[in-house]
Design a protein around this ligand. Structure first.
Ligand code: PGA
Length: 257
């Protein structure tokens, strides 16, 4: 793995502004271990409150769960990359399977959003992952590498080296998900690393993460994989205590004293 080890959470559709503030205040007063890059992705409504609750010297990066690729204007219900940046986002999640499944996100809109994120000075966090039938047919590698090539298609090779990619098999996500085993993750992440190197002129992307039912029991094993540079967590990090315990596990994997 590359250092730092990335450890982050999307709060998805949870937390009021007061709850967001309490969570951020909790992790801001804890001493975060060395060797990790923590990040938190609130809902749009609590992003600015999270930013305001985070001390300037905190290593925690904030992100947005989505933003539109277009400039400001006629986009009822949407927010632009510039707007989420203004509210405190340094990174933006693009192409999460919940958005691909239920909110008409396609490979083409993912690529447009990755382009717009880079143009707005935000780090894209591109999510890819196969459905269960593709997994069972043994075609995960082809499926996700095609998603990644499409997602990066509008970026230059230098820009690709700043991108975060999360492998999140759809069958592993959420309360009905089964966490992927390290053996299932390894070949897919290895191929994603290869594709990222290829399209970035040999450099690779900034970091490759795994997500999908990560918890305190499986995190350390998932981080043993040579190509996995971090974890992207949902439910297990929705409390600040859970987030801090996972941060400690990531720091141990980083091996930084
Ligand atoms: P989960 O969510 O950890 O709750 O399965 C993961 C994700 O959607 O990134």
């Amino acid at each position: 793995m590359k250092l730092p080890v990335w450890i982050g959470t999307s709060w998805k559709m949870t937390k009021t502004i007061a709850e967001a503030r309490a969570y951020i205040e909790h992790i801001a007063t804890a001493e975060l271990p060395a060797g990790i890059q923590p990040f938190v992705i609130p809902a749009h409504t609590s992003l600015a409150a999270a930013r305001d609750a985070l001390p300037a010297e905190s290593p925690v990066l904030l992100g947005a769960q989505n933003a539109h690729w277009g400039p400001e204007g006629a986009g009822t219900g949407e927010v632009s990359m510039r707007m989420v940046g203004d509210a405190g986002a340094r990174l933006v999640e693009i192409g999460h399977s919940e958005r691909r499944q239920h909110h008409a996100e396609t490979d083409e809109t993912v690529a447009l959003k990755a382009r717009a994120a880079v143009d707005a000075g935000l780090m894209p966090l591109i999510c890819v992952g196969e459905p269960v039938d593709v997994h069972e047919a043994g075609e995960a590698i082809e499926f996700v590498s095609s998603q990644v090539r499409a997602a990066l298609g509008r970026l230059s090779s230098t820009e690709v080296s700043g991108v975060l990619i999360a492998y999140e098999p759809i069958w592993a996500i959420g309360e009905h998900g089964r966490p992927a085993t390290p053996t299932e993750v390894a070949p897919v992440v290895s191929e994603l690393a290869r594709v990222a190197r290829e399209v970035s002129g040999g450099v690779g992307c900034r970091a490759l993460l795994y997500g999908g039912s990560v918890d305190e029991a499986n995190a350390a094993d998932l981080l043993l994989d040579a190509n996995t540079d971090g974890l992207f967590v949902g439910r297990a990090a929705w409390t600040p205590e859970g987030f801090l315990r996972l941060a400690a596990i990531a720091a141990e994997a980083a091996g930084v004293p």
